[in-house]
Structure formats: structure tokens, C-alpha cells
Design a protein around this ligand. Structure first.
Ligand code: PLP
Length: 404
């Protein structure tokens, strides 16, 4: 009998990107099938490797990395992050405002644990990167989703945000560039969000892990550069731009009126010390990564592998009858829409599972990103052009006679 139960804290916590469909994929692999994995933004299996100098720096410093470090991170890494934001124009950032973590993931949960009391509300984009919703719920808060509008390039619906603010609302989360939609928000949207945050005393949490992965030279704006009178917590790291997701190297930076947040900062410091420190060897990758030539540009500019793969995947997908898609301006994903009436789809997880079992291609259902309707899925365009052609070709064939 199953008498050892998970904690009630986990009642509303879910992370479907690594959820039940993955178990079925593992089972099929055990049976000997090759699965085309277009489900997670993990660069390494697709031959997208880190620049050599980063690996070199980590190896070179390995001997010096045996001890715990300051719980907020090693000095050169924090200083490099501080200067990185100063160069973007945020002048009041100090070394104490930088926290290094085991990836952005750890810092997201830490930031929410440090802020929320039971019932406090946080505005989160819909669709979202589901770790945000999970972290808010785990911390006892309530994730309130605001619409990102597919008809308007997936930008946040500002009226919906305003309508969902009440006295319990503590913060608003932006994922910019966005996972899963690929939207890269223009300055006008960011300024409007700042205005809303200011009028309602909200903290802005801005997850910018894809900030360097924008296509055709599109600029990315860190919202923290546009305000010094709203508290902004900015997150970024090396996982995607420097192709080292396994290193677990990320950071968060506080800017704006920190003097209003002394107690919160004390809480963040307590939580940071409780995990002793972030993995030390990986922190030695940060200074090198942020300085000098940015090799990600070779992948995202015209002719670059990621840009070409994005264009190909977008074209092949939107050629399939019953699929439409907003072309991603940034990031590693497409979030296409299915004509649910045509295919009679009422359960998107069922659709993803049926496709996996029949065609051995793994995607993620839109509901895994807290999208409320069963009419979207997410596809990663990291695989080679050849593999993308095979996987999307299988989807076309599958949908040609799929009915739920
Ligand atoms: N934030 C977003 C929007 C992501 O897509 C991801 C990973 O896919 C993360 C955070 C996690 O990043 P890290 O590897 O730094 O934990």
C-alpha cells in the first residue's frame, strides 16, 4: 500500500516538460526505438558545444574550486555580471546585488520562497515556462496567469494584466525573450509593464535566459535598463547562450529601489546561505563568457545554424494543413497552433502521446506551459536540418489522418 505520501506543498506543483510523456518515450527507447527528441532546450545532444575557452577556464580553475565559496558566488563571476549590467546602462548595480546560482532554475525558486506568504499572488505569462508557476505554488503563493496574445505576436495583454491585479498581487513575471512563444518584447510593452508595476507597487521578475538568442540582429532590451524606480530582479545565465546547460551556471541581479526591499534581501541572503553556495567550478565559466567575442552570434545571424534551423522548421510546420505559427523572433522553440476542430483534438497530452507512440517523435503539449486550450504544442528546433525534416515530415503524415 502506498502510505508514504508527497507533501501537500506539492499539490499544485507540476513540471510537464519532464512529465509522464517522457516516461513513455523512455519505455519506447528501452524497446529499442530511436526517438526524435524535440522536447527540451538541451543544446549538447545536438552537437552545439560551448566555446573551447570556457571549458578551458573551468578546467584551469578546477584545482581552486574545491572549497565552498561565498554563498552569493565567487568574486570574479559576480564582478563580471555586475559590469555586464553596468555596460547595459544600469549604473546603480553593485556586487552585492548579484547572486550566482545553480542555473536560473535554482534562483527562481529561491526568489519565490523568499517573497511569498500563503495566498500572495504573482502574475505569470500564459503560456509560461512552467517552472515559474511551479515555484510560486511551491512557495505557498498563487500563480495568476495573464494572457500573451497570439494575434499580437504573443506580446503580453496589458489590459488583462491590469484586470488581474488586486491587493494580494506582489509581483509580475516577464519571460523575455519568451519560452515557449519566441516573442522578444519591444520597449513600448516593457515601459507599459513598468508603469503598471509602479502604480501597483509590484516587483518585476524578468527571466532573460534567451537574451542573446535573437534572430536577424534583433535587439533585446533588459527591462531593468528602463527604470530605476521599480524593483526589478533580472535572471540570466550561460545554459543557452553559451551552450552549457549542464554546468548549472546562472545569476540574478537586483536593481531599482533596493532600500525598499531590505527585508526581502535579507531573506534572499538567508536562503542563499542555506544552500551554502552554487557549484564552484562552473562559476569560473562566467567571467570568460561575458567578456570578448560572443560566439552565439555565429549561430543566430543569417547563415548561422540556429537561424537556418528556425527558418526551416517554421516553413515545414506552417506548410502542414491545420497548423499555423507565429514566427519566433528569439529563443529555441516554436509554439504552433493546431486546428482542433479539423483534428477533433480535445486533449493535447493525448495528441502528443499518440504522435510519440506512432511516429517516435517527442514534443511537449501546450498545456504543459499552462496554456488553457488543447490547441498548441512546443517544438525545439535544435536538431539538424536533416532530423527536423524527418520529424516534421512524420508530423505531416500523422496529421493527414489523425482524429481524436
Ligand atoms: N528560464 C527559462 C525561460 C527557460 O527556458 C529555462 C530552461 O529551459 C530556464 C529558465 C532554466 O535555466 P537554467 O538552465 O539556467 O536553470
Amino acid at each position: 500500500m502506498d502510505y508514504i505520501k508527497k507533501s501537500l506543498k506539492l499539490e499544485n506543483v507540476c513540471y510537464d516538460i519532464r512529465g509522464p510523456v517522457l516516461d513513455e518515450a523512455a519505455r519506447l527507447e528501452e524497446e529499442g526505438y530511436t526517438i526524435y527528441k524535440l522536447n527540451i532546450g538541451n543544446t549538447a545532444p545536438f552537437g552545439l558545444n560551448a566555446p573551447d575557452e570556457i571549458i578551458h577556464d573551468v578546467m584551469y580553475n578546477l584545482k581552486n574550486s574545491q572549497g565552498y565559496c561565498d554563498s552569493k558566488g565567487i568574486f570574479p563571476a559576480r564582478k563580471a555580471v555586475m559590469q555586464y549590467y553596468q555596460k547595459k546602462g544600469i549604473m546603480d548595480v553593485e556586487i552585492d546585488d548579484i547572486y550566482i546560482g545553480n542555473g536560473v532554475s535554482e534562483l527562481i525558486t529561491l526568489a519565490m520562497q523568499g517573497l511569498l506568504n500563503n495566498g500572495d499572488e504573482v502574475l505569470i505569462p500564459m503560456p509560461d515556462y512552467p517552472l515559474w508557476t511551479a515555484s510560486v505554488n511551491l512557495a505557498g503563493g498563487k500563480a495568476v496567469h495573464y494572457i500573451c496574445d497570439e494575434q499580437s505576436k504573443w506580446y503580453p495583454d496589458l489590459d488583462d494584466i491590469k484586470a488581474k491585479i488586486n491587493e494580494k498581487t506582489k509581483a509580475i513575471v516577464l519571460i523575455n525573450p519568451n519560452n515557449p512563444t519566441g516573442a522578444n518584447y519591444p520597449i513600448e510593452i516593457l515601459e507599459a509593464v513598468i508603469k503598471i508595476a509602479k502604480e501597483n507597487d509590484l516587483i518585476i521578475y524578468s527571466d532573460e535566459i534567451y537574451e542573446k538568442i535573437t534572430y536577424n540582429g534583433a535587439e533585446h532590451t533588459s527591462i531593468a535598463t528602463l527604470t530605476d524606480d521599480v524593483l526589478v530582479v533580472t535572471f540570466s545565465g550561460l545554459s543557452k547562450s553559451h551552450r552549457v546547460p549542464g554546468f548549472r551556471a546562472g545569476w540574478m541581479m537586483l536593481s531599482g529601489p533596493k532600500y525598499h526591499a531590505e527585508s526581502y534581501i535579507e531573506g534572499l541572503n538567508i536562503l542563499s546561505s542555506m544552500r551554502l553556495c552554487s557549484n564552484v567550478p562552473s562559476q569560473y565559466a562566467i567571467q570568460t563568457s561575458l567578456g570578448g567575442y560572443q560566439s552565439i552570434d555565429d549561430l543566430v545571424l543569417p547563415g548561422g545554424r540556429l537561424k537556418e534551423q528556425r527558418d526551416l522548421a517554421y516553413k515545414l510546420l506552417t506548410d502542414i494543413p491545420g497548423i499555423s505559427c507565429v514566427k519566433p523572433e528569439a529563443g529555441l522553440y516554436l509554439f504552433p497552433k493546431l486546428d482542433t476542430e479539423k483534428f477533433n483534438i480535445t486533449n493535447d497530452e493525448r495528441f502528443i502521446l499518440d504522435f510519440l507512440v506512432q511516429e517516435k517523435v517527442l514534443l511537449v503539449q501546450g498545456s504543459g506551459f499552462n496554456w488553457p486550450n488543447p490547441d498548441h504544442f512546443r517544438m525545439v528546433f535544435l536538431p539538424s536540418e536533416e532530423d527536423l525534416r524527418i520529424a516534421i515530415g512524420r508530423l505531416k503524415k500523422f496529421l493527414s489522418n489523425y482524429q481524436q
